[in-house]
Design a protein around this ligand. Structure first.
Ligand code: NAP
Length: 340
């Protein structure tokens, strides 16, 4: 039996010291029943919940799915070109951005209102709602494996924005314990093509593994809402379907841009519209890192086939040209040839 005085001391201690940090946890309370009408005047202590949830435990959150989007605390891992580009829009919409990268981007982060962490342990101990992997395709596996996952909240949402999708999906599933949620995404635009806004630009996503609690489903909706609000065209698609389409479109686009760059195309006084679109293509694709382009090739199993098709198509175009010229030349040399 617990004595009243010890119960009161416990209650006082809970109220004075521990309560500030436990306040969000309305469910987890020691409840005192009214004094029993029995012959002995002692009050009983009823413990209604025994697990001490922490403020980051979603069990303690209301269990209904509100339609209003909640601001998120998004940790961007890999704060390079694309990470910074996304961060500006996240912050503009009122979300909190934490950032971590191999290089020191503290002053850039500060200038845009993000919180920069030079130690990834500190970042994780701040329990972001979302970890957004914005690392190069080539480094993502190594960076993911180096994260101190044990410091994160148990159901943290992991999102990636890699330009290939089967690869991050597979490493997320391999590396992340089952209590983490996984959303694979690909914003089909970058700092160059999205510099005037994201209206009607495609945003591909695949809800790979999301826990079925309302608060977890809502958190994914809240994240996707950021892109919806900017006017993106939201496309839900499997990672493997994405990779098939992207090899035939995005990889070819980048390859053509890099081939044309090798030609050293220059402005002329008589640029046609078509030629200007080629100059834009070169500018758009070569402003991305070579790592990105290399990642499109190495980590999309469909890319090799597309590269071979491109080579064959070029040969065929040459054959058409040379074949046609050869025929014309022979006609001039020998007159119209008769079948032998
Ligand atoms: P990127 O060259 O693909 O990636 C640069 C980022 O990767 C930087 O944050 C860099 O960190 C980090 N990184 C590279 N090597 C690393 C290593 N060995 N260890 C740790 N971190 C490393 O260029 P990006 O344009 O910023 O793209 C980032 C991601 O977004 C890529 O996965 C890309 O596919 C995707 N994405 C890009 C675009 C785009 O238009 N740029 C569009 C959609 C999706 P430091 O800067 O600290 O060195």
């Amino acid at each position: 039996m617990i004595s009243i005085s010890s119960v009161n001391r416990t209650a006082a201690a809970v109220n004075s010291a521990a309560l500030p940090s436990l306040q969000p946890l309305r469910r987890q309370q020691l409840l005192f029943l009214p004094p029993p009408q029995s012959h002995h005047s002692r009050r009983c202590l009823t413990v209604r919940a025994i697990d001490a949830t922490q403020p980051y435990d979603h069990e303690s959150q209301p269990n209904h799915r509100s339609t209003q989007s909640t601001k998120l605390r998004i940790a961007i891992v890999g704060f390079g070109n694309f990470g910074q580009f996304l961060a500006k829009n996240f912050i503009r919409q009122g979300n909190t951005v934490y950032a971590f990268s191999r290089s020191d981007y503290s002053s850039i982060a500060q200038s845009m209102g993000a919180v920069y962490f030079s130690d990834v342990h500190d970042l994780c101990e701040n329990h972001p709602d979302v970890i957004l992997m914005c690392t190069s395709i080539l480094s993502t596996e190594q960076v993911l494996k180096s994260l101190p996952l044990q410091r994160l909240r148990r159901n943290t949402l992991f999102v990636d924005v890699l330009s290939v999708k089967e690869f991050p999906k597979n490493i997320f599933l391999q590396v992340l314990p089952t209590h983490f949620d996984i959303l694979c995404t690909h914003p089909m635009f970058g700092p160059e093509s999205g510099k005037h806004g994201w209206q009607n630009l495609p945003f591909v996503y695949d809800k790979v593994r999301i826990g079925d609690e309302d608060c977890r489903l809502k958190r994914v909706d809240d994240f996707l809402d950021i892109f919806k609000k900017e006017g993106c065209r939201m496309v839900e698609m499997s990672c493997s379907e994405h990779d098939t389409h992207a090899a035939g479109s995005q990889f070819i686009t980048h390859t053509m841009g890099r081939i044309l760059e090798k030609l050293g195309l220059k402005e002329t006084p008589i640029n046609t519209r078509g030629y200007e679109s080629l100059l834009n293509l070169v500018a758009n694709t070569t402003s991305d890192s070579f790592d990105l382009y290399n990642g499109l090739f190495m980590y999309n199993k469909n890319a090799m086939e597309q590269l071979e098709k491109l080579g064959l198509a070029f040969e065929e175009v040459k054959k058409d040209l040379f074949g046609h010229s050869h025929r014309v030349l022979r006609e001039q040399l020998f007159g119209t040839e008769t079948e032998s």
